[in-house]
Write a protein that binds this ligand. Structure first.
Ligand SMILES: [Zn+2]
Length: 193
């Protein structure tokens, strides 16, 4: 009987040790994951910094080669479009943007109250009207294209549905690592006994 209680005690100790080693393992993996995403975030940020640096050079008229130059050109076009939309929003609120410091000023102002630059009104209002008309047309087009988009969304959903598989296999990996660690722990324990 004494042997039975001893064995039971050993089994329980082993189980407790197994559990704690599993928890420790998961904790270690989480710690590594955190370090990994910190590195990934930093890489992403530095990549953006390179982009901004190159774009600033392009803006100042420095030569940028082929592919990079094309991207810079695309960026400047998007920025110009964004300016138009900002103007349209400002105009609808009775404001406009100072062309020098880009702060919102009253539509009637001839000069910017912040930096003193001349603020032409007529041109901005005209542009804003153009943008609003363009936006209305685009809305119509978008409504017409809705059916096509709905189909695309369905496709995307299908692709997303396929994604969880990757996570499952990752969990399986974790499980394997934990099981291996448990085996090692049990083996070393047996050697001690
Ligand atoms: Zn200004």
């Amino acid at each position: 009987m004494a042997n039975f209680w001893d064995d039971l005690g050993n089994t329980l100790t082993r189980k407790a040790k197994g559990l704690s080693s599993r928890a420790e393992n998961l904790y270690e993996i989480q710690k590594i994951r955190n370090k990994l995403s910190a590195q990934e975030r930093m890489t992403e940020k530095l990549m953006m910094d390179i982009g901004k640096l190159i774009y600033t050079r392009y803006e100042h008229g420095e030569a940028v080669d082929g592919e990079v130059g094309a991207i810079c050109e695309e960026i400047s076009q998007h920025m110009l479009e964004a300016d138009h939309f900002r103007d349209a929003i400002a105009a609808s609120k009775g404001e406009k943007f100072c062309p020098a410091c880009h702060k919102a000023v009253m539509r009637e102002a001839s000069f910017c109250p912040y930096c003193g630059a001349a603020c032409p009104t007529a041109e901005l209002e005209e542009k804003a009207t153009d943008v609003i008309e363009q936006a209305e047309e685009e809305l119509k087009d978008a409504a017409e294209a809705e059916v096509t988009e709905a189909e695309e969304v369905t496709e995307t959903v299908k692709t997303e549905e396929a994604a969880p598989e990757a996570e499952v296999s990752e969990e399986t990996d974790t499980q394997e690592v934990v099981e291996e660690a448990e085996e090692t722990a049990t083996e070393s324990e047996e050697k001690t006994e």
